[in-house]
Design a protein around this ligand. Structure first.
Ligand SMILES: C[S@@+](CC[C@H](N)C(=O)[O-])C[C@H]1O[C@@H](n2cnc3c(N)ncnc32)[C@H](O)[C@@H]1O
Length: 380
């Protein structure tokens, strides 16, 4: 049933995914133990972040991975990021068996403890320096336990794959699950990620803790966030300052963040939140992490994704898409040409990792539309 696979610097047993194909696509959820090769960047990026975090911390600590599946992530943390002790758990017997087998295969019996446990129970029973939450779907039901378990200054990373909820296809579910109103449309990817960060921040505030994002990004079918959790009132107060709302006016194309609910929102404008309105990553930390990247194909691919997020940390709120800018003009400008034009005119303009259609700029929308009307800047 299991075959030896290779990911990162690790060989491990995983289900033979060629046996679980539906409609030409691999369906990892059908296998007896979950292993999704499409999440390799998620794991490689996490290795890079944890490696840099430990270097800066100057000491080692306990990493808890309560949704371990085959154990690949935990094993990679030890072999590639330099983590000394891991507590890996899974509620499923088959997963625990395979994870144990993989720990043996990699000679890590003294470093990686594998236990059969519900994630919230594992977190309640252990104090951890680093926590990696990688569940099916939403991390929301596990964030409170993670925040209680994590030590002051600890690193909490979480994956969310319930993008339809966070990006506004199911508004009521987002309100129930994350306590925020999402926004469907051009900005849904960034708003969804900020909704997730805002949820984690508000959960931290409940225990007088604060969070500071090191990295938060979107990749195709998931969000990933890594935040430092500080258990002091000063950090909690700072976290409050980073919570607010986003507005988007579909007629004027104005958009931005505000730290209070805007009473009397004008027609054509929508409000989303509460969400995280601060920077979604720490550029200094990310530069440091990138400097530690090894010259190996999977690390280089992961590094490219991290680099792609850097402009999203600039103090320019939200991006424009060329489709919305060209709407009504009967054309879609080229993002590359628009960006070059703005830069030639001394106006800040950057890519965004959220969409290849996007452009981050401090220019006002009416001005952008006037430029496009005068010089279409299309590819033709
Ligand atoms: C998305 S997979 C984890 C993948 C793994 N982290 C990786 O990188 O390959 C989710 C895992 O969580 C386990 N699981 C689901 N609900 C759980 C719970 N409440 N407590 C602990 N484990 C759970 C499943 O058995 C599954 O192995």
């Amino acid at each position: 049933m299991y075959v030896i696979q290779r990911e990162g610097a690790v060989s491990f047993y995983a289900p033979d995914l060629s046996k679980y194909i539906a409609g030409g696509r691999i369906e990892p959820a059908w296998a007896p133990v979950f292993y999704n090769p499409a999440m390799v960047n998620n794991r490689s990026i996490s290795v890079i972040i944890v490696r840099a975090y430990l270097r800066l911390l100057g000491r080692n600590g306990v990493l808890c991975e309560p949704f371990t599946g085959t154990g690949i992530r935990s094993i990679r943390y030890v072999k590639e990021a330099g983590v000394e002790r891991v507590i890996a758990g899974d509620v499923d017997n088959a997963a625990v068996d395979v994870a144990l087998r993989n720990v043996e295969l990699n000679g890590l019996r003294d470093q990686v403890k594998v236990i059969r446990s519900d994630a919230n129970v594992l977190l309640a029973n252990n104090k951890c320096d680093i926590i990696d939450i990688d569940p099916y779907g939403s991390p929301a039901p596990f964030i409170n336990s993670a925040l209680l378990s994590i030590k002051h200054g600890g690193l909490l990373c979480a994956t969310a794959t319930d993008l339809a909820v966070l990006q506004g296809s199911y508004v009521n579910k987002a309100i129930r699950r994350y306590g925020f109103r999402p926004l469907r449309g051009f900005l849904s990817r960034e708003i969804g990620l900020r909704g997730l960060l805002g949820f984690i921040a508000r959960q931290a505030l409940m225990i007088d803790a604060g969070v500071k994002p090191l990295l938060a990004y979107w990749e195709r079918h998931y969000y990933r966030v890594c935040v430092i959790v500080s258990k002091d009132r000063g950090s909690a107060r700072e976290t409050v300052r980073n919570l607010g709302y986003a507005y988007y006016c579909s007629e004027s194309l104005r958009r931005g963040f505000i730290n209070r609910y805007p009473i009397g929102v004008k027609g054509g404008c929508m409000v989303s939140g509460p969400l995280w309105i601060g920077t979604i990553g720490d550029v200094e930390f990310l530069d440091y992490s990138l400097a530690l990247v090894n010259n190996i194909d999977y690390e280089l691919r992961a590094a490219e994704i991290i680099k792609g997020t850097l402009p999203d940390n600039l103090p320019i709120p939200l991006y424009y898409t060329v489709t919305e800018l060209g709407r009504g003009l009967g054309l879609i400008p080229s993002p590359l040409r628009l960006k070059s034009h703005l830069m030639e005119n001394g106006i800040e303009a950057y890519d965004t990792h959220f969409t290849t259609e996007g452009i981050k700029t401090s220019a006002e929308p009416w001005w952008l539309i006037r430029v496009i009307r005068l010089i279409p800047l299309t590819n033709n």
